[in-house]
Structure formats: structure tokens, C-alpha cells
Design a protein around this ligand. Structure first.
Ligand code: ZN
Length: 361
């Protein structure tokens, strides 16, 4: 990466003190420590201790019981809940907040009554072991699993989803052991009390807003996954494939040498299967794509960024340009419409095509 690229990266992650705190929290989680997750969006729900379940021991469970006092739960992804065939705790969930309490569980083997701190930790480890199946657990038991929504904290801003996202972003298996923080009198600890609690115990504090910001950043971050020479009708390009944190795949066609170059020709094209592949009448995407490739070939150097249809263009384009080491760009006029909005061809009512982006017609 060039120095220029690093500056770009830094501006993407604006280094504020809140972000430093989050980074420290991620490091602590990766080391098997607990952090305090504060619900700053709905403060009445208080805060909870969070740790990556893969590190949980009886000592941790005991410490949570004694030092935090709330209910200890095992936050699992919906995928994991399905693998273990966990059942919802009740048929019709009337929980005001929609917390997805699942039927309680114990490990089938390796526990006595299931109730001790060590037994609970063992059950949690069995539940998150990728090789475990339904037959390795029994229902009901002493561990309370919670089912996180598939979209994580971006789908539901609550402790369950935020804790799973947090441990995943720390590089751990996506399962969190959490415990509500209570005051000495048994009341749910408020924001200030939770921060004081964290200071007393030397723990990092993360808010749900922090986790949302972190998720957004992660979802947009791209990684180069492949790079190969690609001869085409229009000339030979090098095709560089990227994957973003949300699983999106993006492609850059690079012509010639662009690393460190000023005023590089850049086209941004948003994928439009109907136009790009089938050359459907009524959309000019395919033509614009071909024109872009021709112009890069004629210029002898430049980049065509091909974005998946629903990708957030601005952040991705900036990252791809940085990653390629381009010093400065010259965006072509034809890039504007396809970068601004996608030309989506939605079939409404089975027949009628709707053109969302009038500008691309
Ligand atoms: Zn189109």
C-alpha cells in the first residue's frame, strides 16, 4: 500500500477517542477478557458484560454471577440455533423487546446437574463447538440461549445482536456469553453506573452505537482476493477481484500501470445483468461498459471499477482506488450516472419492467 493509500484508510476510520476505546475493547475480547456493552440507544435496558464464549470457563460464569448479578445468557447466531435445533422458549413470544429466548439447554455429557458455574461454561462450549449437533445437548437445562437476528445489530439494536457482532468483529467465533449488570440494590445499572462499574473493574466500555459504526465500517471494507491477466475483445486488462465485509464481490479492470500515477482515468460501472450481459433494449449499461473498456485501452492506463448492484459506491470506489495505489484520478463523465444510482430492472406484477434510474436511460 502506498503512503497515499494509508492516508485514505485513516480518513475512512477517523481516529476519535471513541474508536480507540472500541479498538481496545476488540483487543480485550480477542484476549478472552470481558467488556461492558452499554445500550446507549435504550438506556433503560442497561448494560451487560460480554465475552467471547470460546474463552468461557467456570470462573468467568462465577464472576458474572457475583460481580454483575444479572441473568447470564448465551447469545448465538440464528444459524447456530438452527444447527442445534434449538426451540424458542415459548410458542408466541410476548417479550416487549422481542428478545428471542430459546429453550434452556445443558450439555448431554460432561456435566453433573448442569447448574454449577463450571457446568454452565461446559454447556456453552459444547453449544458453540462446530462439531456439536442436537444430540450433544439436552433441553431443558441451566443455560439460556438467545437467538440473534441474521442481520446482527444492523437488524436489531439490542444486547443479543450487538454482543454477537462484537465478538465476531474481534475475530472470535460468533457466540457471546453475556450477563446483565446490576447495581448493589439489584436495579439495572444505568449508563453512568455502568461506566463507573467498568472503571472499578478495569473493563473497556462499548456502546451499541459503537458496534453499529464498527459493523458499517467492516461491511464496507474490501480485501483483494484475486488478481489475474484478462485478455478481452477490447484489449488485455488485469482483473482484480475484491470482497467486502458484507460478502459483496467487486471487480476492478486495470489497464497498464496506475500505481503512484496522477490523473488516472477511472470509470465506475454498477453491475446491471440485464444490460451488461443480455444487452436488453432500454438500458445503456452494456454500451457504457464497452465504451469504458475501449477508452481505457485507448488511454493505455486506467481503471474500471465494476460494483455489485447494491454496493455503497462512494466508500468502495475510494478504497479500490487506494488499494491500487492511484495517486489522483480523473473521473470520466460517463462514470457519473452508473456510480450515482443503479439501473435496476425490477419486474413488478410479473410483466412490467420498472426503470429506477431515469438518468441511465
Ligand atoms: Zn441497466
Amino acid at each position: 500500500m502506498s503512503a497515499h493509500a494509508i492516508t485514505r484508510e485513516a480518513s475512512l476510520e477517523r481516529d476519535t477517542s471513541a474508536e480507540t476505546a472500541v479498538r481496545h475493547a476488540l483487543r480485550d475480547i480477542a484476549l478472552g477478557r470481558m467488556v461492558v456493552l452499554v445500550d446507549d440507544l435504550s438506556p433503560e435496558h442497561g448494560s451487560c458484560l460480554v465475552m467471547a464464549t470460546e474463552f468461557v470457563t467456570g470462573k468467568h460464569v462465577n464472576a458474572m454471577t457475583r460481580e454483575a448479578g444479572g441473568m447470564i445468557c448465551l447469545a448465538l447466531t440464528s444459524e447456530r440455533c438452527e444447527q442445534l435445533e434449538l426451540k424458542p422458549m415459548v410458542g408466541r413470544n410476548e417479550n416487549a423487546r422481542g428478545t428471542a429466548f430459546m429453550a434452556t439447554i445443558d450439555a448431554r455429557e460432561g456435566v453433573t446437574t448442569g447448574a454449577s458455574a463450571a457446568d454452565q461454561a461446559h454447556t456453552m462450549l459444547v453449544a458453540i463447538d462446530p462439531s456439536s449437533t442436537r444430540s450433544d445437548i439436552v433441553m431443558a437445562g441451566c443455560v439460556h440461549p438467545l437467538r440473534g437476528r441474521p442481520g446482527g445489530v444492523l437488524e436489531r439494536c439490542a444486547h443479543t445482536e450487538a454482543s454477537i457482532d462484537l465478538v465476531r468483529l474481534a475475530g472470535c467465533r460468533p457466540a457471546a456469553t453475556i450477563c446483565g449488570v446490576q447495581n448493589d440494590d439489584g436495579a439495572v445499572a444505568g449508563m453512568l453506573e455502568s461506566r463507573a462499574y467498568a472503571r472499578r473493574h478495569g473493563l473497556q466500555v462499548v456502546t451499541i452505537t459503537d458496534v453499529i459504526a464498527l459493523r458499517r465500517l467492516h461491511d464496507r471494507r474490501i480485501q483483494r482476493v484475486v488478481s489475474t491477466a484478462m485478455p478481452t475483445r477490447f484489449g488485455t486488462f488485469s482483473a482484480v477481484g475484491y470482497r467486502s465485509g458484507d460478502g459483496g464481490e467487486h471487480l476492478a479492470l486495470v489497464k497498464g500501470q496506475v500505481d503512484g500515477k496522477e490523473s488516472v482515468l477511472v470509470h465506475v460501472h454498477r453491475a446491471c445483468t440485464t444490460g451488461d450481459v443480455f444487452h436488453a433494449r432500454g438500458c445503456t449499461c452494456g454500451e457504457r461498459l464497452e465504451a469504458a473498456m475501449r477508452s481505457l485501452e485507448a488511454e493505455g492506463a486506467g481503471v474500471l471499477i465494476y460494483l455489485s448492484s447494491d454496493a455503497p459506491a462512494e466508500a468502495l470506489v475510494e478504497q479500490v482506488i487506494s488499494e491500487l495505489g492511484v495517486a489522483s484520478t480523473r473521473v470520466t463523465p460517463t462514470a457519473a450516472p452508473s456510480a450515482g444510482g443503479s439501473c435496476e430492472h425490477l419486474v413488478a406484477g410479473g410483466e412490467r419492467e420498472r426503470w429506477l434510474d431515469a438518468g441511465s436511460r
